[in-house]
Write a new protein. Structure first.
Length: 380
């Protein structure tokens, strides 16, 4: 048999994110030597005024935001921006600036809010909220490489910047920067290696070039420009606006549920002839099927089944069943919609701010439907 084409296998494994198999068969060793970042672009030192002038002249901004954890309760996204890297494609230069605190970002407000400056980056849904938290409304969101990558492969759920670099570019990311899946990601608070922010800004530019071409090839550029990109701002606004919750009214409702639960508990104990843990499947099964001798509908390896289907079939056997069903319903209401919601109420806005994920891993069927939608959009 002929030797298998390791380069082709590597390409397929990368496309399918079979990273463990790439390591197992040492396929990266078969690949062409990875390019060093220093050979692709130049890191330059520029003042914020020089960077702003450059952006204003070019009317485009390819950038990467560095963030770190911030446990301030009033924030919707509990992170703060601590660094900005910008790539200048004309001179192949990358530059970065660090922020001691987020107040320094107010100097960039005019740039971010300028509708004539096209912005390219990654995770704009997050950037949108982070900036709005400090009074900046980003305008002219042009290209998100994570969204573009998702359209090309909706089954890929690895859309972090370092993963996309591995997928699209033949660049050697410094080993001390690379993270294993179970370790903290590059957005977490940590000391970044010098030059990594500049590398990310360059990578965003190159990945945009590659993905934009691929979107054209599959006829999905119109879908990306007219549906997916505008949706970022819509979903971000939905997250920002949130849903108002009257905490006082919610707690009042919780008190009513607790009172009713206590009453039901006493009734169930009285009917059963003893006290027991109603929430314990094992104890409830013993009461119903051993002590009260109700018909056994279904057994599991751990004992008797007391799920809803079983209890519904036993409703006519004894009045205790209806009480147990009512008890479970009230417990669900209290745990999910009272106690479950309270921790998510923002103390400042009095609202619950949901996260709307635009890049959820799709099934094969959804992927085909999305392809059809893309074709239909182009026809329109």
């Amino acid at each position: 048999m002929e030797e298998w084409d390791k380069q082709k296998v590597l390409e397929i494994f990368k496309e399918l994110n079979f990273n463990r198999y790439i390591e197992r068969f040492s396929l990266n060793e078969q690949n062409s030597p990875k390019e060093e970042p220093k050979d692709l672009f130049t890191i330059v030192e520029k003042s914020k005024e020089e960077i702003m002038k450059l952006i204003n002249n070019q009317k485009e901004m390819t950038f990467y935001l560095e963030t770190k954890n911030d446990n301030e309760e009033e924030k919707i996204i509990k992170e703060q921006i601590c660094g900005l890297a910008v790539y200048n494609s004309q001179n192949k230069e990358a530059m970065s600036i660090k922020f001691k605190n987020e107040n320094e970002l107010q100097e960039w407000k005019e740039i971010f809010e300028d509708e004539t400056i096209k912005k390219t980056s990654i995770n704009f849904n997050k950037i949108y909220i982070l900036l709005k938290q400090i009074g900046i409304e980003i305008k002219k969101i042009e290209y998100d490489i994570a969204i573009a990558s998702y359209i090309l492969d909706p089954t890929n759920n690895k859309l972090e910047i370092d993963r996309l670099i591995d997928q699209f570019l033949n660049i050697d990311i410094p080993s001390q920067v690379k993270k294993e899946e179970k370790q903290m990601n590059l957005f977490d608070e940590e000391v970044q290696e010098k030059g990594i922010l500049e590398l990310y800004s360059y990578a965003i530019y190159k990945i945009k070039e590659i993905t934009s071409k691929k979107l054209d090839e599959i006829g999905a550029k119109k879908l990306f420009d007219e549906i997916d990109m505008p949706t970022i701002e819509v979903l971000s606004d939905m997250q920002w606006n949130g849903m108002y919750v009257d905490k006082q009214e919610l707690e009042k409702f919780g008190e009513e549920l607790t009172t009713n639960l206590e009453s039901l508990t006493k009734e169930i104990y009285q009917m059963a002839g003893e006290e027991f843990n109603i929430n314990s499947t094992k104890q409830l099964g013993e009461i119903l099927f051993e002590k009260m001798q109700l018909p056994v509908i279904k057994k599991t390896k751990n004992g008797y089944s007391t799920d809803v289907d079983v209890l519904e079939k036993l409703k006519r056997e004894d009045p205790i069943i209806n009480k147990i069903l009512d008890y479970r319903q009230l417990m669900k209401l209290n745990s999910t919609y009272v106690e479950g919601l309270k921790p998510y109420i923002n103390p400042k806005t009095k609202r619950i701010h949901s996260f709307f994920h635009q890049t959820i891993t799709a099934t094969r069927k959804n992927k085909l439907n999305r392809a059809k939608s893309s074709k239909h959009t182009n026809q329109i």
